[in-house]
Write a protein that binds this ligand. Sequence first.
Ligand SMILES: [Fe+2]
Length: 211
Amino acid sequence: MSRDFEFKQLLRALRSGIISEATFESEMKCLEGGTMTNGNGAGGFTAFGKTYGSERAAVISFLDKVRAGEANGGEAFAAWAQVCTTDCIRSGIRMVAEREAYHARIFGQRLMELGGEQRAGATDEGRKFCAYLGNAAIPDTEKLLKFTQLVGKPEDAIKPICEFAASLKEDVSTKEALRLFAEDELSTAKWLWESCAALNAPKKEAASASM
Ligand SMILES: [Fe+2]
């Protein structure tokens, strides 16, 4: 993100009353100070293999993408809950849907506070995931398997979030929110992995017994 673009974003945020004059001034100072005050090195701020002009720019980019992804996740799990026929996981899936949706709201709010714009939308992949989970013809056991394949090991899945949170030095508000977010995602993924193992086990045993 160019400095000119960041300046325009800040100005827009000030004009629309999203940030106060004091916040605008302090953010401007950071911008004027460039990467020396706002980056994690002389060449900018590096996150997810990309170099951003500043920590703030990296945070804004991340928040926007994760907000869109979580909103999609919220819709997808809510759609699954509606067609879920397995009693023991239905309420848990509703809880996961709420988690995803509230992550999207909190990150959207933080994005606004930083003067960022909601640019990212649902991706093709996200839309497909939503349609898949909402498909009543697909058994819950298969959806659980698909999720575990897609997300991978829970501890590995949250690593990038933890690393990004650890790298933030200035935006402590986002940093702490991301630490909690990682715990939520870990809990969700672990529960879905455990449900997957429990509900798919009898099937596997029956299959091997009939062989
Ligand atoms: Fe999520």
